[in-house]
Design a binder for this molecule. Structure first.
Ligand code: FES
Length: 103
């Protein structure tokens, strides 16, 4: 099944919480693991959950079963790649994480 991973690059996720590192790691990991034929990487301006950022949205190519992951780190992203993109199972502990306020 083809999937799209959308990394938020909005003013909170991207500018203040360095989502660029997530995009770079995702692109490198997908290429290295040979997933490029079924995983597409995209970026969005804002996913509407800024206080939970950086946010990453994973959805099937028919836009069904969207899963929004919050407060993502590179280590979290590795879990999503292994469990969700390869294994097909959403990583529940990375969903619905509480908001954080910048200090
Ligand atoms: S800036 Fe990422 S959800 Fe708004």
């Amino acid at each position: 099944m083809a999937m799209t991973v959308v990394v938020c690059r909005g003013p909170v996720c991207g500018d203040r919480r360095d989502a660029a590192a997530l995009t770079a790691h995702l692109a490198e990991s997908i290429a290295r693991r040979g997933l490029a034929d079924r995983v597409r990487v995209a970026e969005e301006v804002c996913l509407g959950h800024c206080l939970r950022g950086p946010n990453v949205l994973v959805c099937d190519d028919d836009d069904r079963n969207p899963v929004l992951y919050n407060r993502m780190t590179v280590a979290d992203l590795d879990r999503v790649i292994d469990r969700h993109l390869v294994g097909g199972i959403a990583v529940r502990p990375l969903m619905y994480r509480p908001p954080v306020r910048d200090r």
